[in-house]
Design a protein around this ligand. Structure first.
Ligand code: SER
Length: 319
């Protein structure tokens, strides 16, 4: 028995989700107990940081021993659009990285959080109110690596009793990190350009409706899922999770309510458009609501106001 509570390891702590989850976990557990790790050096913040490539199993195991880790958040992944540029690398990182962590969990009993995505669905999936259990024929490497990962998670839980939990995030919108390599990232980029230039050219068409979520809700959902009693977690592949859905045009209108002169135009990128066209427009997350009391707080309008306010403040401080 350790005299102190076990440590928490965040893998991919410099990414969009990792950075914000790290901050929240450090509020909950204290800075010193939550170890940040990524393949590149992190910006300065308090608390331990280690360079780590999750594909390096020995280094991963050594880190877990060093900090007496009892819980891992595995957030390192290649997202949908970037994954299409390097399919084999996306598969390698997204699947083998997870397998390394699941093997570790099998041997040591640590708990695991691992995110899945709406990208696990495909063009044969019902688009509206997409059910938890449905046809899943994803067309991107990102999507089918996440689907394979979901199967592995359920397998390790059923076969070895690993306490692994997962959410299928919709597109995530936050102001603390720049837009990344996802298909939904237009909804982050648009805020940067709105504040800097007053206009934006969307790479998705005006009426492309996608499920989205504001980052504080995504963080809250993750924490709530991980704090729920194990017997409540009936789904060990990954839970559907919904915030709100909108199109680029509707997001443009919401921004214009705050910035009347904002101009939105379209410069469609065929790859990202075809990915978006294969994804759901809205998600049924009733299993999450039922099993661990999930309920989002932010609407499109709350999110838009908050994004413009916080990102505006951040940008005015950095000039
Ligand atoms: N936001 C992700 C992407 O667009 C979906 O999980 O790739």
């Amino acid at each position: 028995m350790h005299s102190t509570a076990p440590g928490v390891l965040v893998i991919g702590s410099s990414g969009q989700l990792g950075l914000e989850l790290l901050q929240r976990l450090r509020q909950i557990h204290g800075s010193t107990r939550v170890v940040a790790s990524d393949i590149k050096k992190a910006p300065d913040f308090e608390g331990p940081f280690e360079l780590l490539d999750v594909l390096n199993k020995e280094a991963l195991f050594a880190l877990v021993r060093k900090y007496e880790v009892g819980e891992i958040y595995l957030l390192a992944a290649l997202l949908s659009a970037v994954g299409e540029e390097n399919p084999l690398k996306a598969w390698e990182l997204n699947v083998n990285g997870l397998l390394n962590v699941l093997e570790l969990a099998r041997e040591t009993g640590i708990r695991v959080y691992w995110p899945s995505s709406i990208a696990v669905f495909g063009s044969n999936t019902p688009k509206e109110n997409t059910p938890q259990h449905t046809i899943m024929e994803p067309s991107t490497v990102y999507g089918f690596s996440k689907l394979a990962g979901e199967r592995w998670c359920e397998y390790y839980h059923k076969r070895y009793g690993v306490d692994v939990r997962s959410l299928r995030y919709p597109g995530l919108i936050g102001w603390k990190t720049p837009p990344g390599g996802g298909t939904t990232d237009y909804a982050v980029h648009i805020f940067h350009e709105a504040i800097e230039k007053g206009r934006y050219a969307s790479f998705l068409s005006a009426n492309t409706r996608l499920p989205m979520m504001y980052m504080p809700d995504a963080i809250e959902a993750t924490i709530r899922l991980m704090q729920a009693p194990s017997e409540n977690i009936r789904i060990r592949s990954s839970y559907n999770l919904a915030g709100f859905s909108f199109t680029p045009e509707e997001l443009g209108d919401a921004i214009r309510e705050q910035m009347p002169h904002f101009e939105l135009s379209y410069d469609i990128q065929p790859l990202r458009q075809s990915i978006a066209d294969s994804w759901p427009a809205s998600i049924d997350d009733s299993a999450a609501r039922h099993d661990w009391n999930w309920k989002p707080e932010f609407s499109l309008h709350d999110m838009t106001r908050d994004m413009l306010h916080n990102l505006g403040k951040l940008k005015s401080q950095s000039v």
